[in-house]
Write a protein that binds this ligand. Structure first.
Ligand SMILES: Nc1ncnc2c1ncn2[C@@H]1O[C@H](COP(=O)(O)OP(=O)(O)OP(=O)(O)O)[C@@H](O)[C@H]1O
Ligand SMILES: [Mg+2]
Length: 409
């Protein structure tokens, strides 16, 4: 029997089987239905298998492969595109569609990306039949920096995989900036000291009063260098412990009083009064005693340095039970305040609103960076509120100790 005869026979058998099934369904019951369906199915299978020319309708040659690829790249978190030999996009995963647009598939790569470095990588990957990598900025809708890897996957098709390296580059940049800033901060007092040493060795060698004055300045600058190194070491120690959460219950009130005592002389010298506003029944917190003291010291020092002479400083600790049991500690000063645009950057290392003022007050610009890291280690939150001409409130939270015991210990 020829092809069409075969198909006709199969179709006829299937139709008879199906008709029988319908009648059986209506007349008798399930077993007859199953039998009739089985006859119809068997006829179709037989007709297909008996003649290899009878096949389900064929898809265009490339399509099954593309579908399989589309499924596999869909599971990648990074943007991925597949292009054919004419550089038309045949598949784009969700991340890629987010980056270059939902209607990427079917577009030409050159039209879609319009990025010379990416197109160059594709050209080279084809020419040399080897994976090519390029760094690409300003791609599609994204503002990030990507490393593009173009790899051949057979049949003249290429896989374009984009890994977002913006965060890594930012971290690298911050590290470089940090080293540059730290060196600069150290070099400034060092240059001052060297200058005075030269002066004392030369022109001022016999000048008693000048020598006394110069030595005072040198001591001050050396002190600044020591403080800077102490702060840097302190910062790196805190960072090392970043993921080790403190576990000991600490009473806050003795620490608040301690800060007042440590800074008493400086407070007096500036006619400032430190008011401690804390409930006697304040529960203990979970924390590292020395680090909490360091936070309090840095914040009250800032209030002293940047508040107005003669104005009070308030150190407040309040209990908050909802949504979580925490203690919020606030340091409130009355001073010039901080302009809004500076607030988000205050906790960056070496960031100062007024460089020369901070330096002349002996500041290293690391105080709030240290505070931020300590508060983060305690899983607390740091907040800075400021109004220009009125004053600044810096607050942080600490978790209450579970037993809610009193703070006197
Ligand atoms: N209470 C405040 N009022 C006004 N400005 C403040 C206050 N606290 C901080 N600032 C501003 O934020 C900047 C950063 O503060 P930070 O404590 O990190 O550094 P610093 O005080 O300059 O130096 P350090 O604390 O390391 O000695 C300060 O230089 C200052 O400009
Ligand atoms: Mg400070």
């Amino acid at each position: 029997m020829n092809d069409s005869g075969n198909r006709f026979f199969a179709a006829l058998t299937a139709a008879v089987g199906a008709a029988f099934a319908a009648v059986a369904w209506w007349a008798t019951g399930e077993i007859a239905v199953v039998a009739a369906v089985a006859v119809a199915a068997a006829a179709i299978v037989y007709a297909i298998e008996a003649n290899p020319h009878i096949k389900p309708p064929e898809l265009p040659a490339a399509e099954p492969a593309i579908r399989a690829d589309a499924v596999s790249i869909e599971s990648l978190a990074d943007p991925a595109l597949l292009i054919d030999r004419a550089s038309a996009i045949t598949a784009a995963n969700a991340a890629a569609r987010k980056l270059v647009g939902e209607r990427a598939v079917g577009e030409g790569l050159a039209v879609l990306l319009r990025h010379p470095a990416a197109l160059d990588a594709v050209r080279l990957a084809r020419e040399h039949d080897t994976p090519i990598e390029r760094e690409i900025a300003g791609l599609g809708r994204g503002e990030g920096l990507y490393r593009l890897r173009v790899t051949g996957i057979g049949n003249d098709r290429l896989l374009l995989l984009f890994s977002d390296i913006s965060a890594a580059r930012l971290a690298e940049r911050m590290r470089v900036d940090f080293v540059a800033n730290a060196s600069h901060e150290l070099r400034t007092p060092l240059a001052t000291i060297m200058g005075f040493i030269e002066t004392l060795q030369g022109p001022a060698s016999e000048d008693g009063p000048a020598r006394k004055r110069f030595l005072e300045i040198m001591a001050r600058e050396a002190g600044r260098m020591t403080r800077l190194i102490d702060d840097l070491l302190s910062l790196s120690r805190i960072e090392l412990d970043k993921y080790v959460r403190p576990t000991t219950p600490v009473g806050l009130q003795p620490l608040l009083a301690d800060v007042g005592k440590t800074l008493a002389m400086r407070l007096d010298a500036d006619q400032r009064k430190l008011t401690i506003d804390a409930d006697d029944e304040l529960p203990r917190v979970i924390g590292d005693r020395d680090q909490i003291l360091q936070v309090l010291h840095n914040l009250v020092s800032n209030a002293l340095k940047y508040g107005r002479t003669g104005t009070p400083i308030t150190l407040r600790a309040e209990r908050i039970d909802r949504p979580q049991p925490i203690i919020r500690v606030s340091v409130i000063d009355q001073g010039d305040g901080i302009a809004l645009e500076h607030l988000p950057r205050l906790t960056e290392r070496f960031y100062r609103v007024d460089n020369s003022r901070s330096r002349s007050l002996g500041g290293t610009g690391l105080g709030l960076a240290i505070v931020k890291h300590i508060v983060e280690r305690h899983r607390g939150e740091l907040g800075i509120d400021s109004q220009e001409g009125i004053g600044t409130t810096v607050s942080f939270t600490l978790p209450q100790a579970e037993n809610g015991a009193m703070s006197h210990n």
